[in-house]
Design a protein around this ligand. Structure first.
Ligand code: 5RP
Length: 261
C-alpha cells in the first residue's frame, strides 16, 4: 500500500482522472508534460490496459517515456497529423482560459501539439487560477546562439510593455543552463503582472533568438479544476458551461504510488 498523497497531489489526480474520462476509444490524444499531466498519462494507461485504444502524441521525452511505460501507443505528431484533443497542465490560467505554461520546460512542443488539436483541455489544481497572468515567471525558449544578446533585447523590449516586473533569469539545471528537448535555453521573465498577454506574446515571438513563449492565448477550450477532497469543476469556454463533479481520490494512494514526478 502506498503512502497517502498530499492534498495538492490529490487535487492534481482528481483533475487528471476527470479529464481522462473525456477520452474515447480511437482518439488521437496530445499528452502534456508536468506532474498533473503525468497523472493523466497514468490514468489513460489504466484505461488502455482495460482495452481502450488511443494514439498518444507526447509533448516531451519525459512524457514519451512514461506513456510507453504505461502501455499507450506513442506516435509522433507527424504520424498523427491532427489530434482530437490535447490534455495538459498549466502554471496559471485566467477567466478567459489564457495560460502561462512552460514551468516544466516543454512549452514549445506543448504549444505545437495543442495548436494541432481540435480541443485543448487543461488540468490543474485550484491554485493555478488567477485574475491576471504574470505572478508565475513567464518562460520563453531561446536559441543558445547569442542568448545573452537575446536576453538584453527582451529586457529592453519589456520597458514598453504593460508589465510590473522586468527581471529575467536563465533557467539552470544544476551548474549548467537548462536544455529543452530541442537543445534550447529557457529565460524566465519575472513580470509579476501581464496587462496585455496577447500583445506581449506577439512582440516576444517577433524577436530573433526567441523560439516561443509560454503564453497560450485562445488555445485552451476547457479547464478541469481539481480539489484535494475530490471535487472537480469543469469550465468550458466554448459553450460557457460550468459543471461540478467528484472523483474518488483515495484510490490514487494505492494505484499510483510509483509516480515519480
Ligand atoms: C510544462 C508545463 C506544465 O504543464 C506546467 O508547468 C504545470 O506543471 P505541473 O502540473 O507539474 O504543476 O507547462 O512545460
Amino acid at each position: 500500500m502506498g503512502e497517502e498523497l498530499a492534498p495538492i497531489d490529490k487535487a492534481k489526480y482528481a483533475a487528471a482522472r476527470k479529464a481522462s474520462e473525456m477520452i474515447e476509444d480511437g482518439m488521437r490524444v496530445g499528452l502534456g508534460t508536468g506532474s498533473t499531466a503525468a497523472w493523466l498519462v497514468k490514468c489513460l494507461g489504466e484505461r488502455v490496459r482495460g482495452g481502450m485504444r488511443i494514439r498518444g502524441v507526447p509533448t516531451s521525452s519525459r512524457t514519451a517515456d512514461l506513456a510507453r511505460e504505461v502501455g499507450i501507443d506513442v506516435v509522433t505528431l507527424d504520424e498523427a497529423r491532427w489530434l482530437d484533443v490535447t490534455v495538459d497542465g498549466a502554471d496559471e490560467f485566467d477567466a478567459d482560459l489564457n495560460l502561462i505554461k512552460g514551468g516544466g520546460g516543454a512549452l514549445l512542443q506543448e504549444k505545437i501539439v495543442a495548436t494541432a488539436s481540435d480541443r485543448m483541455v487543461v488540468i490543474a489544481d485550484a491554485g493555478k487560477a488567477v485574475e491576471t497572468l504574470g505572478a508565475f515567471p513567464l518562460p520563453i525558449e531561446v536559441i543558445p546562439f547569442g542568448w545573452q544578446v537575446t536576453r538584453a533585447l527582451v529586457e529592453e523590449t519589456l520597458v514598453s510593455m504593460d508589465v510590473l516586473g522586468r527581471e529575467t533569469a536563465l533557467r539552470m539545471d544544476g551548474d549548467a543552463p537548462y536544455r529543452t528537448d530541442e537543445g534550447n535555453h529557457i529565460l524566465d521573465l519575472h513580470l509579476k503582472r501581464i496587462g496585455n498577454p496577447r500583445q506581449l506574446a506577439l512582440v516576444l515571438n517577433q524577436m530573433p533568438g526567441v523560439v516561443e513563449n509560454g503564453l497560450f492565448i485562445d488555445i485552451c477550450d476547457t479547464v478541469v479544476i481539481g480539489h484535494g477532497d475530490g471535487r472537480v469543476e469543469v469550465r468550458d469556454i466554448t459553450d460557457g458551461t460550468i459543471s461540478a463533479g467528484r472523483v474518488e481520490v483515495d484510490e490514487a494512494d494505492n494505484l499510483f504510488s510509483d509516480l515519480s514526478e
